[in-house]
Write a protein that binds this ligand. Structure first.
Ligand code: ADP
Length: 241
């Protein structure tokens, strides 16, 4: 699903957080939103998910005006930094959650949900973890499960907000390669928020550099490194290398 955002603005209590965002993401693309803390990355993601509302601007997904769709109708897969797994549910039940809570009319039969969970456990290389509880998992394993739960609903768009932010460097590197593989196989349109340059450039097809509610530059590693579009980008790239 392609995403088109036009002239989007958002303020909180009179303070502008998004100052006119124009962005197009192609169907199947993996785009990173990269920028310092407070630059508006999460707010943009939440607006796409339907968890926040913009003050102005357009959001079109594959020809549909998404601002008119309720959050539950947007079929978004969302993975947050802080594991939002249910502690009292097994890995299997966590992954099945989005399907099991559907209204009866659209809920798949139990056997179909179980088959879907099996398929995802295998696809995400966590078959051996199905019966465990979140407390028995490492941080990296939990994020694999969180992604499984997001994918179970067959999302039209996958949104990842600093999903590896709380993990150590070696685990982050492993998960990056793994996520890239998963993305290449599912082909889902994915937006990934990070403040980590290495992560953004290694994972994404295109990197969107944000600063203070604006898009400062969009490009690949070479374009942004070699030709920073503004003093802000040059400083940001230099500061966090
Ligand atoms: P980032 O993801 O780049 O760190 P955010 O989108 O989370 O940035 O936040 C951008 C700014 O908006 C920050 O200054 C933050 O404090 C503010 N902000 C975010 N959400 C809210 C909210 N619900 N109410 C008030 N201010 C908010």
């Amino acid at each position: 699903m392609s995403i088109s955002i036009e002239n989007m603005t958002k303020s909180f209590g009179g303070t502008p957080v998004l100052r006119g965002i124009d962005l197009t993401v192609e169907s199947g693309e993996l785009v990173a939103l990269l920028g310092p803390s407070g630059s508006g990355k999460t707010t943009l993601l939440k607006i796409i998910a339907g968890l926040e509302w913009p003050d102005a601007g357009a959001l079109d997904v594959h020809g549909t005006d998404w601002l008119r769709l309720a959050a539950q109708d947007r079929r978004i897969g969302f993975v947050f930094q802080h594991y939002a797994l249910f502690p009292h549910m097994s890995v299997r039940d966590n992954i099945a959650f989005g399907l099991s809570v559907r209204p009866r009319a659209t809920r798949p039969p139990k056997a179909q949900i179980a088959a879907k969970v099996d398929e995802l456990l295998q696809f995400l290389q966590i078959t051996h973890l199905g019966e465990r509880y979140p407390v028995q998992l490492s941080g990296g394993q939990r994020q694999r499960v969180a992604l499984g739960r997001a994918l179970a609903i067959e999302p039209s768009i996958l949104l990842l907000d600093e999903p590896f932010g709380a993990l150590d460097a070696a685990v982050r590197r492993d998960l990056r390669a793994w996520l890239r593989d998963v993305h290449d196989q599912t082909g889902s349109t994915t937006i990934f928020v990070t403040h980590d340059q290495e992560e953004a450039f290694e994972l994404a097809d295109r990197v969107v550099v944000m600063g203070d509610g604006r898009i400062e530059q969009i490009g690949n590693a070479d374009q942004i490194h070699d030709h920073p579009a503004s003093p802000f980008v040059a400083r940001f790239m230099g500061a966090t290398v």
